[in-house]
Design a protein around this ligand. Structure first.
Ligand code: CA
Length: 231
């Protein structure tokens, strides 16, 4: 998942960035209002973690502008000063999905991000079942096949990237995701042409191969000339 971190306190920023990266989020950094503004309108993110007191402007203005433009599907978490009730209310009124008063625990941050993802995609639990008996466990970050209530099935040895690719396809089940979207949300880069997107095809091929050793990978459909869809 692609995250934009807009925070001008350098130490906090670096700490958050490191933690999120370790938790397998792909983090883009902005330290000023202008930087945040530019990145938000150029790139496509899943999450925006937004400080309010920024050099050059108020984070809430950025939130208001993005929401008014309807350009971003990102979920927003507003980082507020403790006790700043007005900021929290204004943030939520403007369409933020959640807020965290500083100082906050980084574990709480990622746990709230996971809760927002579940809410956004209508998941009741931190797992996704798919295909003929596969289950993606979003907390343990494992993929298993053929688990029963009594015993977990064998673990399918997917890499971190392959896990993220499956996760992203499954969250958007039924929707065609272009190579550009997959590239941006999972690798953080914008692909210029088809030649560059070859690595996504390679990853899909590898995932299918691994899944086929345990069950059927048929739920990943190739949409010719466009991209992929999980069904
Ligand atoms: Ca600040």
């Amino acid at each position: 998942m692609h995250v934009l971190l807009v925070e001008d306190e350098k130490a906090l920023h670096q700490e958050m960035r490191k933690f999120l990266t370790q938790a397998q989020y792909l983090v883009d950094s902005a330290y000023t209002y202008a930087e945040g503004h530019e990145k938000l309108f150029v790139n496509s993110y899943d999450f925006v973690l937004l400080d309010l007191g920024l050099p050059g402007g108020d984070g809430l203005d950025l939130l208001r502008e993005v929401k008014a433009s309807e350009k971003s599907e990102a979920s927003f978490i507003v980082l507020t000063a403790r006790g700043a009730l007005n900021d929290r209310i204004r943030g939520l009124d403007l369409g933020a999905d959640d807020y965290l008063p500083k100082p906050f625990s980084l574990l709480e941050l990622t746990s709230r991000m996971q809760a927002i993802t579940r809410r956004k995609f209508g998941l009741k639990r931190a797992e996704i079942s798919f295909g003929d008996g596969f289950v993606l466990d979003l907390t343990a970050r494992t993929l298993r096949h053929g688990s029963t209530p009594d015993a977990p099935g064998p673990e399918v040895p997917v890499t971190k990237k392959e896990f993220d690719l499956l996760h992203y396809l499954l969250l958007h089940r039924g929707r065609v995701l272009t190579r550009l979207q997959l590239g941006e949300h999972l690798w953080g880069n914008v692909l210029e042409d088809d030649a560059d997107s070859n690595y996504i095809d390679v990853h899909i091929k590898n995932v299918r191969k691994k899944l086929n050793e345990f069950g059927s990978a048929d739920f990943i459909e190739t949409v010719r000339g466009i991209g992929y869809r999980a069904v």
